[in-house]
Design a protein around this ligand. Structure first.
Ligand code: FE2
Ligand code: FE2
Length: 269
């Protein structure tokens, strides 16, 4: 199908996800205390400053080198986006400073609240991983699936939910740039994602983004609102660290009954 029709198909799939995103963000973050606001800003700072604006330099790999200017539009979109995302990191950092949570952005790099919770780390690394594919898959999975079709609803939910003007402004101040990133997703998919193979891979990327984003929101909400990270089983119970029931000497061949019996005897002694 044409890239334009593929985009429309993805838009239809995303509509209920976008609505659910808005509802859950609005409900979850409507009444935060200072510690919760700091956690919220810190996790978002993480995905902008160290992740998208730094590690996602791998996204350039998704755009084939072409000295004839064939992909100049995509190159200019990407250059602009990476600048914007760096600035968004600054917006979150500024909000943390104005609220008195930290004295300077430097503190955020090593602060425990900016350590990504597992679902958030998964999502962040997935975005970086998308740089290993052709740019139609990157733009299908990130700029289209996230920034065009679902993330605006996240921002809208956050803006409607958060009373504190300093925290809310950090989200408000990004909406137009995020809309632009979303527009680049629609443009690139419509123009370049034309073959069945490209669309198949872009659809997989989009579905993966939505799934990981949903899982990330659960972990984020637990961390921000309940002050919890994701619960893990106690370390001694983990199969990788619990001692084996019985130590058996390593032998090359247990086929012979006699040697198996010997091994058992040695083990018991
Ligand atoms: Fe951003
Ligand atoms: Fe963005």
């Amino acid at each position: 199908m044409r890239g334009k029709d593929f985009f429309r198909e993805m838009e239809t799939i995303a509509a209920p996800i976008a609505k659910a995103t808005y509802d859950s963000v609005r409900d979850t973050y409507s009444d935060m205390n200072d510690d919760q606001k700091f956690r919220f800003l810190a996790q978002f700072w993480y995905i902008e400053a160290p992740t998208i604006a730094n590690f996602s330099r791998a996204w350039w790999n998704a755009v084939p080198r072409d000295t004839t200017g064939k992909y100049r539009d995509v190159e200019m979109f990407l250059a602009r986006q990476l600048y914007d995302e760096s600035r968004h990191g600054k917006l979150y950092a500024d909000a943390c400073i104005r609220k008195g949570y930290v004295k300077s952005e430097d503190e955020l790099w090593t602060h425990p609240y900016t350590r990504p919770v597992p679902g958030w780390l998964n999502f962040a690394n997935w975005l970086e991983h998308l740089g290993n594919y052709h740019f139609t898959t990157l733009y299908g999975g990130e700029q289209m699936a996230s920034e065009c079709l679902t993330f605006p609803k996240f921002l809208e939910g956050a803006i409607d939910a958060i009373d504190d003007p300093v925290v809310r402004w950090a989200f408000e101040a990004q909406t137009e740039e995020e809309a632009f990133h979303g527009m680049t997703g629609r443009y690139v998919v419509t123009k370049y994602c034309q073959t069945a193979h490209q669309q198949d891979e872009a659809a997989w990327a989009a579905q993966t983004t939505w799934r990981l984003l949903a899982e990330a929101s659960v972990d984020l909400a637990k961390f921000v609102m309940d002050g919890q990270t994701v619960e893990r089983p106690p370390i001694a119970a983990h199969p990788a660290v619990s001692p084996p029931a019985k130590r058996v000497p390593r032998t090359l061949d247990h086929s012979d009954e006699e040697s198996a019996k010997d091994a058992a005897e040695i083990a018991e002694s």
